[in-house]
Design a protein around this ligand. Sequence first.
Ligand SMILES: [Zn+2]
Length: 66
Amino acid sequence: MKSAIHSSAGKICIVCEEEKQRGIHLYTEYICTECEGAMLQTDVKDPMYKFYLQQLRKVIIPKIYS
Ligand SMILES: [Zn+2]
């Protein structure tokens, strides 16, 4: 159970949309190490792969079309 008051040390992961302490920066956004690892292990045929792509598009597509 998360406390309503938490430290601001973590950042919001764009994939799981949770505040995580560890992760990588992708452009101006942030992906936690768990999601990064999960994405790398997800097969393109896996339904979850589409979800990850969808989340990433929010970050990557606006940059490409700018
Ligand atoms: Zn995450």
